[in-house]
Design a protein around this ligand. Sequence first.
Ligand code: MN
Length: 415
Amino acid sequence: MAEPALVENYHSATALARHIPESLEIWDETLRDGEQMPGVHFSPEEKLRIAEKLSEVGVGVLNAGIPVVSEEEAEAVHRVAHAGLKAKVLAAARTVPADVDAVIRSGVSHIAIFVAASHVHLRYKLRMTQDEVRAASVKTVRQAKEAGLHVAYVTEDTVRAPFDFVERLYRDVQEAGADRLVVADTVGIMTPLTFRWFLEEFVRRVRPKDLSVHCHNDFGLATANTITAVECGARAPQVCVNGLGERAGNASLEEVVLGLEALYGVRTGIRTALLHELSREVEELSGVPVAANKALVGYNAFSHEAGIHTHGILAHTLTYEPLQPEVVGRRRQMILGKHTGKAAVVEKLKERGIVAPDPLLLELLQRIKRETESRSKEDLRRFLHLYRALFEHPGLSDEEFWSMVEAVGLRPVNA
Ligand code: MN
């Protein structure tokens, strides 16, 4: 069967996006930022499985984790680094020499060195001056370069930092040898327009050799902002499978990839037909269910029920689908329910070679509607209540926490 067309694109975005880099390198953060999602934890075996899948799917570089976090984490990074993957393996470090040493020991080829840049982070979290941040950054970038690593330099909250500081800091680390500069919208406050302004200014003032971005989804704009960044010349957009990540998550791998491939005609190196399988695997191992209406990988993304829509789809799929489900390894589903119309039933009957006269067709349609309208929602409610119970309180319960406090022998001061 011929490869299905990606999209019937009448006003192609390609013509408007002149700065898209020639060769993109998708940078996956599922095993680092994705794992930092509340309640998510991957064992070394699970990290390895996901890394193998990510590599097979075609990500350019994958962040395996932060070795200094724990012994188990260091082991996981070590195993991923030595798995012989096609994808480049990266590990992350703060601007602390011991962190960088731990990354060097893990055997990865790539490092991301991170620190924060904004006033609020420097003053309240790091308690460091701008000069201290700059000195620690330059020092650790040099340390990693001397060990022969490919160095990406990241600041958290770049977009809320004073631009003069950002300019000096990034120029200095690039001069110290950083191979790739990463701009982060850590709290997800950029819009495509403001981010475009920021990145154009950044490119003009810093002249990065290689640019990457890290976008969060607090206002649902992570994918849009990430694609905007690629339009501005970012070569290695950071993403997470299923949009996992801190709080509302990161830009989702599948959305960014298909946005670029289908709407811009850009090649990302990703084998898109494997994306659904990848999504399911990460859903299973993270325990975070994909929303039914999630773009591309949600259950409803290629399902049709309403009469007008199914009629259109049966006439030609381009009427109500911007892209063929097979592109992301899925199949179209026609749902029989309250909103079903004649066309869907006629089509379904063909499966058994049945041609129904109009009165019987109408009768059948009535029955379908009555049956689905009168169905109990009990199962769905039970599922929702379990889901809420699990997700409203991830991690330890209060009871578990206080009994641990007692077990280590802690008591209130005045007791
Ligand atoms: Mn993040």
